[in-house]
Ligand binder design. Structure first.
Ligand code: SAM
Length: 283
């Protein structure tokens, strides 16, 4: 038997260490180790990988990650109460597990880990999207990300043109990665149960990812295009402060089209063309 399987059940651990869930920290714990193992498996960890886990909490997913053949697991948790629990895991596997008490929003995970890296996390719902956006900007530094979101966020990430969920997040994610919703988990899988269903999304960065300047340009054109998603582009893009009909013509896009119907390829052409325009916006 693996030494991790000899640890007490998570429910007992939570009571012993007084880890009552705090809503402000987005704490919805996964206590079923079959489910945490399913997430770890979806990530396809190899013996070369450094796995970065954000928000390990009581350590259910961390247990599953330590049972893969990952070279290293780096767990970043903001809540001091959870750190005491995680130290027990460190006693079992001191060489492979590093625990860091920190706010993940303030940390550049590539500074503190070596490649190849995989991020695997049941993310706190209140900071999940800001963290994802932070990682997308440096997507080339990860070999994959396997992340739990509220289902509605997962639907926005993977949405295609024409759907109501298609928007800026879909474009930014799909410009940088191939992203797939791999499975859903009902509210009852978590303690305490959230109101909504959750989904695991697996992201594999494109090789290469798009250059930083083009990424910035894409952020800007999607900001205006989806800021008024039902308007025609000739009107919604006015805030870019360039000759919009000329911009659209050069990008090969009809000025009467709307953001919600435009493909990723068309947005990339638009962002590329916009880069060439003199603009008052600092890119
Ligand atoms: N991984 C655990 C599990 O699956 O049971 C806990 C997941 S819970 C949804 C989110 C975790 O992220 C909590 O442990 C919470 O304390 C932690 N957390 C919240 N905000 C954080 C932040 N800014 N940086 C690091 N961890 C954070």
């Amino acid at each position: 038997m693996h030494p991790i399987d000899c640890l007490p059940p998570l429910r007992e651990v939570i009571v012993k260490y007084g880890l009552q869930a705090k809503k402000t920290l987005g704490q919805n714990f996964l206590l079923d180790l079959n489910l945490t193992q399913k997430i770890a498996q979806a990530a396809g960890v190899t013996d070369q990988d450094t796995v970065i886990e954000i928000g390990p909490g009581p350590g259910g997913l961390t247990r599953a990650l330590l049972k893969t053949n990952a070279r290293k697991v780096v767990a970043i948790e903001i809540d001091e109460r959870a750190i005491h629990i995680l130290e027990q895991l460190k006693d079992i596997d001191p060489r492979r597990l590093d625990i860091l008490q920190a706010d993940a929003l303030t940390i550049n995970v590539t500074d503190i880990t070596s490649a190849p890296r995989k991020i695997i996390a049941n993310l706190p719902y209140n900071v999940a999207t800001p963290l994802l956006i932070q990682w997308l900007k440096q997507a080339d530094t990860f070999s994959s990300m396997t992340l739990m979101f509220q289902k509605e966020v997962a639907e926005r990430i993977t949405a295609q043109p024409g759907s109501k969920d298609y928007g800026r997040l879909s474009i930014m994610c799909q410009a940088q990665t191939v992203c797939k919703r791999v499975f859903d988990l009902p509210p009852s899988a978590f303690t305490p149960s959230p109101k909504v269903t959750s989904s695991v999304v697996h992201f594999v960065p494109h090789t290469p990812t798009i250059p930083p300047k083009l990424y910035q340009s894409l952020e800007l054109v999607t900001k205006f295009a989806f800021g008024q998603r039902r308007k025609m582009l000739r009107s919604s893009l006015k805030g870019l402060n360039v000759d919009v009909p000329e911009l659209l013509e050069k990008a090969g896009i009809e000025s009467t089209q709307r953001a919600e119907e435009l493909s990723l390829q068309a947005f990339l052409r638009l962002a590329q063309t916009f880069q060439g325009f003199k603009t008052e916006h600092s890119l």
